[in-house]
Design a protein around this ligand. Structure first.
Ligand SMILES: *Cc1c(COP(=O)(O)O)cnc(C)c1O
Length: 413
């Protein structure tokens, strides 16, 4: 087998090669005008992305982490308050909370969706909190007021937002969506009887355009979406040193702007996002069918009726993950782990005082989750090889079961 037959975990070259002319034109136009920061490219992308998310405002910022931090600050989350999120996420979710001066409190995830379990959220608010005289929950253990919830739409699938929003309403909590992995994901709100876009359901939402995300820049970038004009204005100031206008600083802010070149690139790529997301869904369906044919249907991730996942990641669960990775590596198949250590067990968060056993679902899945190759250009033959490798690992007696289907692949090698 030659290296040309390697199946990467993610392909960042093919989509940019296809769009080379359009992307070069963005760079040329920026060089010609010298508009590197702000300007029409940024405004144009912000307009388009707000439209895509069915949100009134979009504010381009330097990264997804900036977006989360600015959204929390602009929503009025103050130092010394608690923000609830999950342990099964990328550390940036919690970093944005602590960098706001707030303190993260975790609630466990649902075993099937890997996202925030609304029942664990309810339990936290009902059992671990009391209500102060202004109707807001206060954590009994620390005496700290709870101000917000950050549901994370992980792997491209939205959280079960109806019950989360209902609890937020009941307890006067602000909801900031971490939509960094969910560009274009949808949720069917039974309450409203309609599909809603990721980034349109909370008070504000944060998106990342890190290169590997479903919509990725050729560098760092992020955005906040919101329907709240005041919040949008505050994020605009925060990203630009707190300026209301040049050199008039209403607050201290940050250097957190979106580059014009990245905005131009994102605008070109946004035009392809619906197609790419549709391809990811087709890839997911093909994996599901192939696993079902091999009686390993349990390897396919769960997608509830109320979710349209955009499959940022395709996450299976396997016992003995290290051996599975070795097996796939030997078959020249790339994999990833998202994420190996839940946040409450990370060294950085020792000071929060959590211990092993506090979030049993997160702790049960973290040693087993395995992200398989997933990107829009992944071919059916490549997927057959991935499934063959997974099946021969899970059920060695079935090795060769896909041989008929694999014949043309072998011929190509
Ligand atoms: C990527 C990501 C972030 C951070 O985005 P950056 O652009 O890398 O700062 C935050 N939360 C989640 C869930 C992410 O996947």
């Amino acid at each position: 087998m030659t290296t040309t037959n390697r199946i990467p975990f993610l392909d960042l070259v093919a989509p940019h090669t296809e769009l080379k002319e359009e992307l070069f034109a963005v760079f040329e136009s920026a060089l010609k005008t010298g508009a590197f920061i702000g300007g029409p490219m940024v405004e144009g992308f912000e307009r388009d992305f707000a439209g895509f998310c069915e949100s009134r405002h979009c504010i381009g910022v330097g990264s997804g982490t900036d977006a989360l931090r600015f959204a929390l600050i602009a929503a009025g989350i103050a130092p010394g308050e608690i923000v609830i999120t999950v342990p099964n996420t990328f550390i940036a979710t919690a970093e944005a909370i602590t960098q706001t001066g707030a303190r993260p409190a975790f609630v466990d995830i649902d075993e099937r969706t890997y996202n925030m379990d609304p029942e664990r959220l309810r339990e936290y608010l009902e059992v671990q909190c009391r209500i102060d005289d202004r109707g807001r929950p206060v954590e009994r253990k620390t005496g700290i007021r709870v101000a917000a919830i950050v549901p994370v739409h992980l792997y491209g699938q939205m959280c079960d937002m109806d019950p989360i929003l209902e609890l937020a309403g009941l307890y006067n909590l602000t909801v900031i969506e971490d939509a960094c992995q969910a560009h274009g994901a949808e949720y069917f709100s039974a309450k409203e009887n309609r599909w809603r876009m990721a980034g349109s359901m909370g008070r504000a939402a944060a998106f990342s355009f890190y290169p590997g995300k479903n919509l990725g820049a050729c560098g760092e970038a992020g955005a906040v979406t919101t329907d709240d004009a005041g919040l949008a204005q505050r994020v605009r100031m925060l990203r630009d040193h707190g300026q209301a206008r040049k050199y008039y600083h209403h607050v201290e802010g940050y250097n957190g702007r979106l580059d014009a070149i990245q905005a131009g690139i994102l605008r070109v790529k946004l035009g392809h996002l619906d197609d790419w997301n549709a391809s990811r869904r087709e890839v997911a369906e093909r994996y599901r069918d192939l696993f079902a044919e091999q009686e390993t249907a349990g390897l396919a991730p769960y997608e509830p009726d109320w979710a349209k996942s955009v499959y940022h990641l395709y996450v299976a669960r396997v016992p003995d993950r290290e051996r599975a990775i070795q097996h796939l590596t030997e078959a020249h198949i790339g994999t990833g782990i998202h994420y190996p250590v839940p946040l409450h067990l990370q060294k950085a968060y020792e000071y929060l005082g959590y211990k092993a056993g506090d979030f049993p679902v997160s702790e049960m899945v973290s040693p087993e989750i395995l992200s398989l190759p997933m990107f829009p250009q992944l071919t059916g033959e490549q997927q057959e090889r991935v499934v063959e490798a997974m099946v021969s690992f899970m059920a060695p007696e079935k090795t060769g079961a896909l041989v008929g289907q694999m014949a043309h692949v072998a011929a190509a090698q």
